[in-house]
Structures are given as C-alpha cells and as structure tokens.
Design a binder for this molecule. Structure first.
Ligand code: DGP
Ligand code: NA
Ligand code: NA
Length: 210
C-alpha cells in the first residue's frame, strides 16, 4: 500500500518466450486491461524497429543484410540501451512499462547460434532490471502447429528449439512461467494477477533498482 503522496515507481513487466507463444496478444490484452483500470501504463516492444539501430535490425531479420552474429547481437543490445534513459525516467515517474521481449531474448537467440553465454550477457549488464518476467511457455513443436512460423530469419523449428533450450537455461526462480497452451482468456487472467502483484510491490518500494 502506498504511503504519503508518493505514487511510487512503475513496474517493468517483461514478456519472454519463443516466437508464436502469444506474447504480442497477451501484452496487448494486459495493456488494454490496465488502461481500463486507470493505471499509468505503456506498451513497448524489443526490437524497437523504428529507430536507426532498429531499422538495421529489421533489415537483418528480413534477411536483407548478413551481419556477423556478434555484430547483430550488439545492435539488439544497443536498441535496448538507446531507449534505457526514457525507460528509467518513465518508471521513476510511476509509469508501468509492459514490454514484448527484452534482454533475455537477446541472450537466448545469440546463444542458440552458438555464441558464448556469458559473452552474450555482458552488453546488457546495467539495463533496468525487470520487476516481473512473464515467460510464455509453449514448446516450439506446439507453436509450429499454430499455423506455422513467419517468414523472418529465426522463424523455423530448428532455431526455435535451440532458443527454447536457451530460455530454459536462463530461467530464474522468480520468473513467472505461464502455460501458453491454455486459452487466451485464461492466460490473460493469470497474467493480470501477476502484473498487479508486481505493480503493488513497486508502489510500496519507491526506490529505483539499478
Ligand atoms: P519479434 O518482433 O518479437 O517477433 O522479434 C523479432 C525476431 O527477433 C524474433 O525472431 C525474436 C528475435 N529477437 C528479439 N530480440 C532479440 C535479440 O535481442 N537478439 C536476437 N538475436 N534476436 C532477437
Ligand atoms: Na517474430
Ligand atoms: Na510477437
């Protein structure tokens, strides 16, 4: 419960998971629901393809350029870093940020290509830490049955299986693992509860984590 007039800080709620695990649907539903409740909230996504760095990433994903694995890894990280000052100021101002992917995707996709796990983690060290990580858990074999993957680089079963395996390695005990094979509405109800818990926790702890 908030004390005094301080609104506390916003929560950083990160959604992770393989492609086609329902992240985009669920982040949108959570956002709509929190807006309807009158909460200060924004919906973000990574990669954020509209920036200069983001445009290079977009081109890479559409297979328009062939950057070395290390170079694209650093661009994905830079894409998070370039928005970090705004992210920090929003959180400090009490805005909850929901994001469709974050640094865990960065590590999982590059480690899936064979890059060293610790090397992959290092460029993201110092980014704002999530208050809640929602892992949308859907095995790639099941995701593939949902009408197939898209056309972009990485959207194939071999890559997705490797990424899923890397996510299992990265998974921390405080991650909220949500069964993404259940219905959209059931999944949303579960996520809504988790998000409100995380937001309440932040309201009572105004100090920004670094
Ligand atoms: P999305 O727009 O969420 O579907 O993401 C586009 C693709 O890029 C998807 O296959 C996941 C992948 N991806 C997302 N973030 C990163 C990252 O930080 N590094 C790498 N290598 N891939 C990422
Ligand atoms: Na995708
Ligand atoms: Na998505």
């Amino acid at each position: 419960v908030a004390t005094g007039s301080s609104p506390g800080r916003g929560a950083l709620i990160v959604f992770e998971g393989c492609d086609r695990s329902g992240k985009t649907t669920q982040t949108q539903k959570l956002f709509d629901c929190l807006v309807a409740m009158g909460r200060k909230v924004e919906l973000w996504r990574f990669p954020e393809r509209t920036t200069g760095v983001g445009k290079m990433i977009d081109e890479y994903l559409k297979s328009g350029n062939n950057l070395p694995d290390e170079a694209i890894h650093l661009l994905f990280s830079a894409n998070r870093w370039e928005t970090a000052p705004l992210l920090k100021s929003k959180l400090a101002a009490g805005v909850t940020i929901i994001t469709d992917r974050y640094a865990y995707s960065g590590v999982a996709f590059s480690a899936a290509k064979g890059l060293d796990l610790n090397w992959c983690k290092s460029p993201d060290i110092g980014l704002p830490l999530p208050d809640c990580v929602v892992f949308c858990d859907l095995h790639p074999e099941k995701a593939a049955k949902r009408g197939g993957f898209g056309e972009e680089r990485y959207e194939n079963i071999d890559m997705q299986l490797k990424v899923y395996h890397q996510f299992q390695k990265l998974r921390q005990s405080d991650w909220k693992v949500v069964d993404a094979s259940q219905s959209v509405d059931d999944m949303h109800e579960e996520i809504k509860t988790l998000a409100l818990e995380a937001m309440d926790h932040c309201t009572s702890k105004p100090q920004q984590r670094s």
